[in-house]
Design a protein around this ligand. Structure first.
Ligand SMILES: Cc1cc2nc3c(=O)[nH]c(=O)nc-3n(C[C@H](O)[C@H](O)[C@H](O)COP(=O)(O)O)c2cc1C
Length: 172
């Protein structure tokens, strides 16, 4: 597990190579295996693999999403607020699991924040995506994960990255 954690980086440059369906399926498996408060399982995943759709997703917010137009696959992660009051935690854990499985598949992936972001003035990125993909209002949009084959090498991390002073024991 630590090997994957050290290797994983946010990758935003992808080749045009098609992403194997079985790899996407294992990434979704990882999301579905994530723990869930009170076993409510509020998460849903929308796989977008049409270039026109990923272009529209790349316009979800003014900055930080533009690389999605080059992502062969985007997965939108939503959580049902009527099912769970902690849908944010549940969807976040699922997203993290999926990022790790993407690394395990040697695919590049990056989290694009949607929750709390604006598409334009008085119109949230969430509303934009709900409208674009026909997502019901109770399904809150956490994030999009852009996925593809890595274009170029992004160095992983080593132990020098660890800020061990952040670790406390028994007292802050
Ligand atoms: C909650 C969260 C939101 C993020 N939002 C974005 C985003 O909107 N766009 C983006 O390109 N990267 C986004 N990232 C990726 C971070 O920029 C990235 O994790 C950070 O720079 C550390 O780099 P690393 O992932 O390679 O370790 C987000 C990451 C997290 C955890």
């Amino acid at each position: 597990m630590l090997d994957i954690l050290y290797k994983r980086r946010s990758v935003r440059r992808f080749t045009t190579e098609k992403v194997e369906e079985e790899k996407i399926d294992r990434i979704l498996e990882a999301g579905l295996l994530a723990p869930s408060s009170k076993s409510k399982y509020p998460c849903e995943f929308i796989v977008c693999d049409q270039p026109e759709l990923n272009l529209k997703l790349s316009e979800s917010k003014p900055g930080g999403a533009s690389f999605l137009k080059y992502a062969p696959v985007s997965i939108v992660i939503t959580g049902d607020e009527e099912k769970s009051d902690v849908w944010i935690e549940d969807t976040s854990i699922a997203a993290a699991y999926m990022l790790l499985q993407a690394e395990k598949e040697d695919l590049g992936a990056t989290w694009v924040q949607i929750r709390g972001r604006e598409h334009k003035e008085n119109f949230s990125a969430e509303e934009y995506i709900q409208e674009l993909l026909g997502i019901p209002k109770n399904q809150k949009v956490l994030a999009i994960i852009g996925i593809g084959h890595k274009d170029g090498l992004k160095e992983g991390r080593d132990k020098s990255f660890l800020k061990r002073e952040k670790i406390h024991r028994n007292h802050f």
